[in-house]
Design a protein around this ligand. Sequence first.
Ligand SMILES: [Zn+2]
Length: 80
Amino acid sequence: MKGYLEVADIFRGFGPDYRELHGAEMPLRHLRVMRAIEVCRTAELGGHIDQCDHCGQLKVSYNSCRNRHCPKCQFLEKER
Ligand SMILES: [Zn+2]
């Protein structure tokens, strides 16, 4: 288990309850962003397998949501 929480962990843990209480008054774009962040880099968005050119080891990577509000995708964009 990771030693820190990500926004996605919080959304996945509390998002459904929060939306049940407040979903009706939330703007649709907020709901979309929440959803994108929740499924970012999970099997829900599908994935791909990379193979190492040297040792042939296979590595499974999940696709990211590419939402500009997603902290994970923002970070990757900055690193690039
Ligand atoms: Zn993302």
